[in-house]
Ligand binder design. Sequence first.
Ligand code: EPZ
Length: 412
Amino acid sequence: MRDRFVVEGLNGQKTLKGEIRVGGAKNAVLKALAATVLFEDDVPMTNVPDIEDVKRMHELLDALKTQPTILKKDIAEKFRASIVLTGPVLARYGAVEFPFPGGCVLGERAIDLFLNGFRAMGATVEEDDSYFKITAGGGKLKGARIVFPLVSVTGTETLMMAAVLAEGITVLENAAMEPEIADLALYLNKCSAKIEGAGTPTITITGGGLLHAGGISYDTPPDRIETGSFAILAALAAEDVTITNCNPGWVEVPLALLRQAGVNIETGADYIRILASEVPYKMVSVRTHEYPGFATDLQAPMAVFMSQCEGEGSILETIFDGRFRYVDDLVVMGAKMTVMNPHRVLVRGPAELSRKNLTSPDLRGGLAYILAATVAEGTSTIDNAYLIDRGYQHIEERLQKLGLNIKRESVE
Ligand code: EPZ
C-alpha cells in the first residue's frame, strides 16, 4: 500500500483564501537532531515538523544507542541528511561506520568533501562494498583549516559539528551560509560550544568538551523552502492568502522575482500576504545559487510559476545536475518547456495545463506537481506521496484549509 494525492484543479482561477502556517524547517531540525550526539544531556526541541525524514533520523539515533559508531544501512540509505550524523559520532566516539547516504536522486551527490574534511582532521578512511569506516587518529579529531573546493550545506554542518568536540581550532573556508547553519551555531553556542562566523564563508570553531543543554530548548526555525513554495502557490492560485509563522527575510530573492513578475506581495515581520492581481504575470528567469541566492529546492515549484507567465525565460540550475526530472511531466500537462542541457531549461508561457496522473520524482518535484495540478484543468493524481511527506507535514490538510480540493488516498 502507498499513498497518493488527488487534486481537483482550479483551471487557472485564483480562488484560494485564508492562512497557511509554515512548519519547522526540515533541513534545520535534522541537523539539530544529529547535534544531540554532541551533548551530555537531553536537548529539548520545539516546532519539530511531523515529517518522514525526522522519523528516520530518530530511528538512526535510537539504533546508535546499541551500536554507538554504526549508522544502520537500511535507514541511512533512505535520506541524505543521515550523513550529518557522521561528524558528531566520529568526534564523540572516535570512529564511525556508514553506508553511502540516500535521499533524492538529484544527479551525482558525492561525499568526497566529508571524507577529505575528516582526513584533514587526522582521521583515516576505509571503504568496503557497503560501508565507509572512519577512525580518528588517537581516538580524537584534531582541529584543522579546511578549504571547501565547493560550497556544501551538509558538508559545512557536518564538519562544524565535528569540530565542536575536536582538539584545538578548526577553520572552515568557503563554508555554506544558509540561515539554518547560523541558527544551529547560535543554539550550540548557548550550550557552551565556541563557534564564530556561522552564516559567513569563514567559520571558526574552538573545540571543547561535551555540550550541556541544561534545559535550553532548540526552537526549530521556520522552513524557508516551505515558505517559498507556499508563496509560489499563492502567486498561482490565491485570491488572498497569508503565509504565517515564517521569516520573509530568508526568502528575499524568490519574493523579489515574484514581485518582478507582477505578483502582489505584502510582508510583515513573520508573514507574507499574497493577493490576486488582474494583470498577467511577466516572465522571469531564474539562476539557482547557494544562499542567499535563489534556492535550488525552489527551482521546480518556480518552473510551474514560470509556465503561467507571459514571455520566454530560462532556468539555470547551478547546484545539481539531474534536477529537471519533473519537466517531461509538466510538458505532457501542457507546459512549454525545453531542456537544453542538464543545467538549463527554457520556458515559454503562458500555457494552459491539463490533468495528468503523476508520480512524484523527488521531494521538491512532488510539491511542484501539486502546484501544477492546482493550476490545471481537471483532476490530477500524484503518486508516491511518501516523497512529499518526507518534507511537508500533512500538506493536504493545510491546503484544504485554503479551499483546495485535495485528498490523500491509499493505492495498492
Ligand atoms: C542540502 O543538500 C539540502 N539537504 C538539499 O535539500 C539542498 O538542495 C542542498 O543542500 C542545496 O541547497 C539537506 O540539508 C539535508 P550540497 P546537500 O552538499 O548538503 C556537491 C531537499 O529537497 N558535493 O550543498 O547534500 C553536490 O553534489 C534537499 O530538502 C560534492 O561534490 O547539498 C552538489 O552538486 C534536496 N561533494 C553541491 O556539492 C560532496 O562531498 C552542493 O551540494 C558534497 C557535495
